[in-house]
Ligand binder design. Structure first.
Ligand SMILES: [Zn+2]
Length: 68
């Protein structure tokens, strides 16, 4: 009874990845590919533009002075 490991293409490096419980990073080939892909996804997903809203700007476009 042969149970050849099922290979899939790693979405990260396009290499062969073992799609089996022995590969905890499936469908990626390795932790490196898995983590790298997730980081890229997270950065893209949670990126927030760092710009003050219009309400916080003075007429000349500068931020309001600090109030003590
Ligand atoms: Zn890979």
């Amino acid at each position: 009874m042969s149970s050849a490991p099922r290979l899939v293409r790693c979405p990260r490096c396009q290499g062969d990845a073992v799609f089996a419980p022995s590969n905890r990073w499936r469908p990626f080939c390795s932790e490196r590919c898995h983590t790298g892909d997730f980081a890229a996804w997270a950065n893209e997903e949670f990126r927030v533009p760092v710009q003050p809203s219009a309400d916080e700007l003075q007429d000349d476009g500068s931020p309001p002075p600090p109030v003590h």
